[in-house]
Design a binder for this molecule. Structure first.
Ligand code: SAH
Ligand code: SF4
Ligand code: F3S
Length: 499
């Protein structure tokens, strides 16, 4: 185990980490980044000055080939991590990271299609490239690429490559075709049993490292594009996951986050045959790893053993993201979520019975077709019953290739907005009350940022709660410190370091 108060290894020690803009994070950004496969509101950017100071590599980039790339990423953590791996593929071919889109020879958009607005945003960003130099190569990756396919070439003829995440294994070949002058290149096969592994990953966060353990999704929620955009479920071999965790620990990372759209559906694809819980325990046992997170858990695959593993393993963080989507059983049925309200609440009761307090967060959709006032009230009542520490709430957005699109009794936009506002307000009150209970207590915080303007450090507790605090000490980034909480708000708590 890494010893408290140190930041061992290359990532933090061999780079001079200046307090660059990317670490002067606002409270909202910290709160928004707390969920797993949930799309973040803002696009994140890989490459460029903002992350140069903190970029970390596993593997060695090839000799420069004189060309540069820039990736703009939309969507969930899976996409953010895919971009880190795509950047690794390009570095392995000798590309360098450009400081801006304007300077890059190759611009890649890694896109999200979860709601209509997310997909529209991609086309408006692509529109800005209409008059770019013809020498600049434009690529569209991710969920919009998979969903729209060759249609993208019709809408934006200046795009040269369209590739969905299920085809990323082919990226070196596809990029080679681009280099030879190829145009209208596609990687759109969905029917795959491959996962995307790279020799180099360019990591944007020097504190928390992502590890994909399962790709795609075999559920069929009636509102969701993911099974159509990311393809069938594929689990990685446990040995490969564990080797990555060991490499990361060797590079100085102490916190890892295991990723998957349904992370707890993991089934080892190798003869070792590890279950999800066994994999959790093995990652937690890797020397140097102090915190293991995992997201997103599907309630259907959430078993009591996960809670038992958290109870028995201090390295497994006190946080479960368990999206409920609705508190009404008829709506859950229409959503094809495969559990009832009561079955969900039973799983919550296991978590609440754990020996240490475990923070629970969720995703909720309001205004699903046919959602009555009574259904909505059941969702609000469920928020109260569970007492979530965070909820990502969304207005239902009809999506192509999903069965809910054609369902009757669509809820008017105005009504969806009203319900969303009520839900967010209620949840805000719940979070204030929960956070206020922490005042006076002291918690271990992994420091991951600095608000220079407030003279405060930022970090997270094991339960993933953002903490802002003062300290007379310097250079706390990557350290584990004890913080006494003195104030609470809805999305974070504040305090001072205990020395
Ligand atoms: N795999 C995760 C969720 C992935 S998408 C899971 O099963 O929980 C992240 C969230 O976006 C979902 O949990 C859902 O709340 C929301 N979402 C997905 N499709 C949506 C749609 N069509 N309209 C509104 N919100 C949607
Ligand atoms: Fe979408 Fe449902 Fe799969 Fe989650 S489990 S990615 S919501 S289909
Ligand atoms: Fe993620 Fe958006 Fe695709 S949420 S899986 S990038 S549709």
């Amino acid at each position: 185990m890494g010893s408290p108060g140190t930041c061992n290894g290359l990532v933090l020690n061999s780079k001079t980490i200046r307090m660059s803009k990317s670490f002067d994070i606002g409270l909202e950004a910290l709160a928004a980044g707390s969920s797993g496969a949930t799309p973040t509101r803002a696009a994140t950017q890989i490459a460029g000055a903002a992350s140069t100071d903190v970029a970390a590599f596993s593997g060695s980039p090839a000799a420069p080939n004189g060309k540069s790339f820039y990736i703009e990423t939309f969507g969930c953590q899976m996409n953010a991590h895919d971009s880190e791996k795509v950047a690794g593929v390009l570095l392995a071919r000798g590309y360098s990271a450009a400081d801006s889109m304007a300077q890059a020879d190759l611009v890649l958009y890694n896109t999200c299609s979860i709601r209509e607005k997310a997909a529209q945003k991609v086309f408006s960003r692509l529109g800005e490239m209409r008059y770019a130099s013809p020498r600049k190569i434009i690529a569209v990756l991710g969920c919009v690429a998979q969903q729209e396919g060759e249609e993208i070439f019709e809408r934006a003829p200046w795009v040269s490559l369209v590739c969905g995440s299920a085809s990323y294994r082919k990226l070196p070949d596809l990029v080679a075709q681009l280099e030879e002058g190829g145009r209208r290149i596609t990687g759109l096969d969905l029917d795959t049993d491959e996962t995307f592994e790279t020799e180099i990953t360019r990591r944007d966060n020097p504190i928390r490292a992502y590890i994909t353990i399962i790709e795609g999704c075999d559920y069929a929620c009636s509102y969701c594009v993911v099974p159509h955009t990311r393809g069938p479920e594929r689990s990685r071999a446990s040995a490969s996951v564990l080797a990555e965790a060991r490499r990361l620990a060797g590079a100085g990372y102490t916190e890892v986050q295991l990723l998957g759209q349904t992370v707890n559906s993991y089934r080892d694809s190798s003869p070792h045959g590890l279950s999800f819980v066994e994999l959790l325990r093995e990652v937690a046992a890797v020397d140097g790893i102090r915190r293991v997170r995992f997201t997103t858990s599907h309630p259907n695959d959430f078993h009591r053993e996960i809670v038992e593993a958290i109870d028995a393993t201090p390295e497994l963080c006190d946080h479960v993201h368990l999206p409920v989507q609705s508190g009404s059983t008829p709506i859950l049925r229409a959503m094809r979520r495969t559990y009832t309200r009561d079955e969900y609440l039973e799983k919550i009761s296991w978590i609440r019975a754990a020996r240490r307090p475990i923070s629970i967060t969720s995703d909720v959709i309001v205004g699903f077709p046919g959602e009555t006032e009574k259904d909505f009230e059941e969702t609000i009542a469920l928020l109260e019953t569970v007492g979530y520490d965070g909820v990502f709430s969304f207005k239902y957005s009809p999506r192509p290739n999903t069965s809910a699109t054609d369902m009757p009794d669509a809820i008017p936009e105005e009504e969806k907005s009203k319900r969303l506002a009520i839900l967010m307000d209620r949840q805000r009150q719940i979070q204030i009350a929960r956070n206020e209970k922490l005042v006076g207590g002291a918690f271990e915080v992994l420091v991951d940022g600095r608000h220079e303007s407030h003279n405060q450090w930022a970090g997270r507790t094991t339960s993933n709660r953002p903490v802002n605090f003062t300290s007379p000490l310097q250079s706390l980034l990557g350290e584990y410190v004890q913080v006494k909480i003195t104030r609470a708000s809805a999305n974070s708590v504040a305090g001072e370091q205990v020395l």
